[in-house]
Write a protein that binds this ligand. Sequence first.
Ligand code: NAP
Length: 298
Amino acid sequence: MDKLRVGYIGLGAMGKPMALNILKAGFPLTVFNRTVEKAEELLTAGAEWADSPADLARRSDVVFTNVSNTADVLSVVLGQSGVREGVRPGMIFVDNSTISPTGSREIYESLRALGVSALDAPVSGGEIGAQNGSLTIMVGGDAESLELVRPILNAVGKKITHIGGAGAGQIAKAANQIMVAAQMVAEAELMIFAQKAGADPVKVIEAIKGGAAQCWTLDVKPQRLFAGNRTPGFKASLQAKDLAIVMETARQNLMSLPGTAVSAQLFNALCAMGEGDLDNSAVIRVIELLNNEALQTA
Ligand code: NAP
């Protein structure tokens, strides 16, 4: 059987390495990105260029998107010259972006009317996971469609879980972001706390990494901050966007999440300071200001 023809839209920090891994796995690949230059590496590696999301859909069996937020995915899929204009019955649409569960359900219904099955398949694992093909993928939508695209997802992820119907993958990702944001804030507080109280934060992190505080954030982020590197990675503005999704979903379901509300406010503050394009670990800047203490870097 011929390999499925894959189309990939959105070649940012995540989409570009993910699309490259799909190409390396041997799937014929067509790409589209709003900023054309970001496609160069993929085109050199053998991908084809499409002039619009609709054009890309016409030339693909499975279409992926990986753009910033809910409004961006809706415009790329349902807007003018969007994916919806180029689809045909039997195709599968997969969204790797992190957006609201309601946005994913809207896309699912809209494409289902044209005989297209939509999966929300947000990912976790950061730029490093995207480069290594080791992402965690949380999937909402029809289980049979997931099985059809699983060979493609295997090229980008190590753990792929069908969570439930349309939007369930986004609920899982939002839940994940509750923990990630809390870790970024806790890491920032513990570093500034240790330093200002008189202990070397480098030694503190090394000491506690393997104990009860062990987590992905402590494994990956401190060395960047100690080196003075606050470039993304995962942009703080995207972290703020994800926390807004959590709080909005909580409101819709009459829930109170006080801890996450604090995280959301701290990330909003970082964005308000004009630093939303920094890495999400740069939330330490807000904690530095609150405590009049700058983290010492090597
Ligand atoms: P990024 O580097 O900022 O890239 C965003 C991509 O979306 C770019 O290709 C951008 O095109 C495109 N885009 C944005 N708005 C668009 C629009 N209206 N129309 C067409 N294209 C549009 O972001 P990223 O870090 O790759 O994140 C992408 C998604 O993955 C987000 O939903 C994010 O929350 C999620 N995510 C990110 C990480 C991470 O560690 N970075 C981890 C897990 C999940 P241009 O090139 O033209 O700007």
